[in-house]
Design a protein around this ligand. Structure first.
Ligand SMILES: Cc1cc2nc3c(=O)[nH]c(=O)nc-3n(C[C@H](O)[C@H](O)[C@H](O)COP(=O)(O)OP(=O)(O)OC[C@H]3O[C@@H](n4cnc5c(N)ncnc54)[C@H](O)[C@@H]3O)c2cc1C
Length: 388
């Protein structure tokens, strides 16, 4: 069996490693000419970490991961603690510590595990086609590649998805912009082993540790889509949006590097359940594009990779049957995560301000039980975290 994987993001690389683990020949094609991930870091929740462990990356993942001992919510303006609690009950319940990891490092870990030199960089797929005996990808330079099946891990703007669904789809603006980056840990912003989140006015500011004494930070700002933004102006923009917020937030704005701070408009996609057309299938953001509000987009891509491997283990030598099995294993679960994230997004960003005020009140009375229950609900339900 031979597989072509389009896209060398975390979904494509995880899939390539997973398929190779069971003896399927793989070829990965990536449009960019070098590894330059957009975004600073992601939280790899326990389900994602378990997938990486399954792919043989337990030690490397643990080395890159930040240690989050506690989680807290602070009042935006006063900086007073609304709640603070240990992550240990979550780790005990799901059997794995989550790890926030710098994006570039996660990406490099996956690429090196697969073999950096083996990835075909600079290959932009311009069309994909299914045939009776094989599937074929055509690249911008006119070359083609053929295999028993093609996995389109080509991200949120996926061309493969357009082929599988027979039409382009329109993504939905989720109503907010996310500024993110990395800074050195600093007690004036938050404790070095805590995931600290300041909330108020339908906005949020968060820091969590990644390896190397750094915080991954992000700011969520509700604003309309498509506003102009000048690279390097993050400090001025954030000072305006967060005027009057607590000293920890001001310290973060002072410390961040405006040039390397990313600004991302957040979009998602209504769930869809057809992921396969003949010998061609979608995986990762190409199949389920979510807002980052529960930190599950990348984790879900890793779950896809494990489920894809299991489908080919169950149906060896039969690409059609295996891809159908893969779709059945994944589509509902991934859709559930997209919809959960959407719900959280609306509460966090004050779509209905009354509900958001209720949430702030809940946070002031929270001992961690409800929040951990919610996170465990997201983590459980994938291939390596079955619900018993
Ligand atoms: C602000 C933000 C925060 C997030 N935080 C988290 C988090 O905390 N936890 C989490 O789990 N997830 C998080 N996510 C989601 C996560 O980043 C994505 O789900 C994940 O990157 C998806 O991986 P992927 O491989 O499917 O797609 P991508 O990472 O987008 O990779 C797709 C790859 O395909 C390539 N490609 C595209 N088209 C072609 C083509 N035609 N030919 C060849 N190559 C092509 C692209 O260049 C790219 O390298 C966050 C997302 C955002 C925006």
């Amino acid at each position: 069996m031979k597989a072509i994987i389009i896209g060398a993001g975390m979904g494509g690389m995880s899939a390539a490693i997973a398929l190779r683990q069971i003896g399927i020949e793989t070829a990965v094609y990536e449009r960019v000419t070098e590894n330059k991930p957009v975004g600073a870091a992601i939280s790899v929740w326990s389900n994602g970490v378990k997938c990486l462990n399954y792919l043989g990356l337990e030690e490397q993942t643990a080395k890159l991961g930040g240690i989050v001992e506690t989680m807290s919510y602070l009042d935006a303006h006063t900086g007073d603690t609304m709640c603070r609690f240990s992550m240990q009950p979550l780790i005990d319940e799901v059997g794995q510590r989550p790890y926030p990891i710098a994006r570039a490092e996660l990406q490099m870990m996956l690429m090196e595990a697969y073999g950096l030199d083996e990835i075909h960089f600079g290959h932009r797929m311009v069309s994909v086609a299914d045939g009776p005996d094989a599937a074929t990808a055509t690249f911008a330079d006119g070359t083609t590649a053929t295999a028993d099946f093609i996995i389109g891990a080509d991200g949120a703007g996926s061309l493969t998805r357009e082929y599988v669904l027979g039409a382009p789809v329109t993504r939905r603006y989720a109503g907010y912009v996310n500024f993110n980056g990395l800074v050195e840990t600093d007690d004036t912003i938050g404790p070095a082993t805590e995931w600290t989140t300041y909330v108020g006015d339908g906005k949020r500011v968060s820091v969590m540790p990644v390896a190397g004494g750094r915080f991954y930070f992000f700011f969520d700002v509700v604003e309309e889509e498509g506003l102009p933004y000048e690279k390097g102006s993050a400090r001025e923009v954030l000072r305006t949006h967060f005027a009057g917020w607590a000293p920890g937030v001001q310290a973060l704005i002072d410390r961040l590097d405006p040039m390397s701070t990313n600004r991302v408009e957040i979009l998602d996609l209504d769930p869809f359940y057809t992921w396969v057309k003949g010998r061609v299938a979608v995986l990762g953001d190409a199949a389920h594009n979510t807002t980052p509000d529960i930190g599950q987009g990348g984790c879900s891509a890793m779950e896809d990779a494990v489920a894809l491997q299991w489908a080919f283990k169950d149906r060896p030598g039969d690409a059609h049957a295996a891809l159908t099995t893969y779709q059945q294993a994944r589509a509902e679960r991934a859709a559930d995560l997209v919809l959960r994230a959407r719900k959280r997004c609306d509460v966090t960003h004050a779509k209905d301000p009354e509900k958001t005020e209720e949430w702030y009140d809940e946070l002031r009375n929270e001992d961690g039980t409800n929040i951990i229950r919610g996170i465990v609900g997201n983590i459980m339900g994938g291939p390596v975290t079955p619900v018993s």
